[in-house]
Design a protein around this ligand. Structure first.
Ligand code: EPU
Length: 433
């Protein structure tokens, strides 16, 4: 039964993390480049007819997968270091990525915008990714159509074709990270000016715009309420770009410091991007001292309840909701989290309840009745951020926690157990026969 469950969850049945808990984290952690920026910037290189270098890439499986996809399309990728690649896109010879590849991760949808921009046609399998409930792409399709493409969905593929792409005004019906980035990718080489109204403003939106501008695009206003893109004839490359630090990885370690009753310094982050997390940590009784590119987070007294609603940036990020859920599950009083982005992001609460938490999830709202401590149990990472939350829970809990389905965690966190071990956590990756 256990084996069946693990196989059903798609994980590697032999690997698990074993964490001996109740260790207050102490010391320094250095944050890697942002996953959600990297998985947009790598496909964005398809818009360049030349060579460019990308630095500060996180060393995670989603990045490696994207590099393999670009290689299949005819790009030449050279790994200069563990975190830097040079991409030569002069010989792209395909615009077709099959479903077997795209269903492995969500960010495969960026191939549509990038290939449409470069080749005016793309056949890309429907994207997969973490199971967080329905993940429609109607806003992406609406954008491509507005720019002049014909889009069809058939046999598991999205097929987009355009005689030419022409700048236009696009109003996003809802705030979507993916659709905003895809709109920028498809519009950069379009004829004329494109205006994106009601775009997402996440740090990775700004990062993708900065990358494209470094390569010769003309995008203004990324990070504000209106993005204006003046189409250019070509992107030349010949530049190096460094990916922004990962806001979500930084927030994960900050919340781990509080849950473990620790005192850590988070280095190489942009503290401006972390304001909503800093505000909530301080509100519940934790301590944060932010200094530009690093911050100290420390615990002095028992934290207390809060009410949180996840929102697009600059609101509290859905991608830190499970990690915050761990902190609230051991805080005084009953906390409420309203998840407004994803319909199914409380699956982790079943796992936390196995560790003694008292959480009731009803639809998009969950109630966290604070308990004194969590206790170890075998648990399963149901998605990437759920996996991070379970690691935090394991570090805070009494006893030996085992976490399965590590493939989810490896998609988005670089060297996660090494980074936690450096902070004093007793965490090992072991193979189970
Ligand atoms: N939506 C639509 N139609 C669309 C697009 C989105 O209805 O065409 C809805 C979604 O169903 C969701 C909301 O709009 O309810 C926001 O979705 P968004 O498009 O912003 O999400 P995404 O681009 O698919 C990215 C991140 C997610 C992160 C969300 C929200 C990447 C590769 N993924 O997803 O990251 O949760 O933005 O910030 O950038 C993660 O890293 O763990 C992760 C899931």
């Amino acid at each position: 039964m256990l084996i069946d469950f693990k196989q059903n969850m798609g994980g590697n049945i032999l690997e698990k993390l074993v964490i001996t808990g109740k260790t207050p984290l102490k010391g320094e952690v250095v944050i890697s480049g942002a996953k959600n920026a990297a998985v947009a910037i790598i496909p964005a290189t398809l818009l360049i007819n030349g060579i460019c270098t990308i630095d500060n890439l996180p060393n995670i499986s989603d990045v490696k997968l994207y590099c393999d996809i670009l290689t299949e399309l005819g790009a030449k990728i050279t790994w200069n270091t563990e975190h830097e690649i040079t991409v030569d896109t002069r010989n792209i010879n395909s615009n077709n990525i099959p479903l077997e590849t795209t269903r492995k991760f969500r960010a495969s949808y960026y191939l549509l915008g990038a290939l449409l921009g470069r080749c005016h046609s793309a056949k890309v399998g429907i994207p997969g990714g973490c199971n967080l409930g329905a993940r429609p792409i109607d806003q992406h399709i609406k954008t491509f159509e507005a720019l002049g493409a014909n889009v069809e969905v058939s046999n598991g593929n999205i097929i987009a074709k355009a005689k030419k792409l022409k700048g236009t005004s696009i109003y996003m019906d809802l705030v979507s990270v993916g659709a905003t980035i895809n709109a920028m990718l498809a519009a950069v080489l379009a004829e004329g000016t494109t205006i994106i109204d009601n775009p997402a403003k996440e740090p990775h939106i700004v990062d993708v715009a900065n990358f494209l501008n470094t390569m010769g695009a003309d995008i203004r206003g990324a990070g504000t309420d209106i993005i204006k893109i003046n189409g250019v004839k070509e992107l030349k490359g010949n530049a190096t770009y460094s990916v922004v630090p990962d806001q979500i990885e930084a927030g994960t370690f900050m919340l781990a410091a509080i849950a473990s009753k620790g005192d850590i310094t988070v280095k190489n982050c942009i503290t401006k991007h972390l304001e909503s997390i800093i505000a909530k940590i301080v509100e519940i009784g934790g301590n944060v001292d932010a200094n530009g590119d690093h911050l100290r987070v420390w615990y002095t007294k028992k934290t207390h309840k809060a009410t949180i609603k996840t929102l697009p940036y600059p609101g509290f990020p859905t991608d830190l909701q499970p990690q915050m859920g761990v902190v609230l599950s051991i805080s005084e009083g009953t906390s409420i989290i309203n998840e407004s982005i994803w319909e199914s992001r409380f699956q982790y609460t079943n796992e936390l309840n196995k560790m003694g938490a008292k959480i009731t999830a009803q639809g998009k709202t969950a109630f966290f009745e604070g308990v004194n401590e969590l206790t170890a149990a075998p648990v399963y990472a149901t998605d990437l951020r759920a996996g991070a939350a379970l690691i935090i829970a394991g570090i805070a809990a009494k006893g030996k926690t085992e976490i399965y389905n590590l493939n989810h965690i490896d998609r988005g966190y670089e060297n996660i157990e090494q980074k936690f071990r450096k902070l004093g956590a007793k965490i090992e990756r072991v193979n189970e026969e």
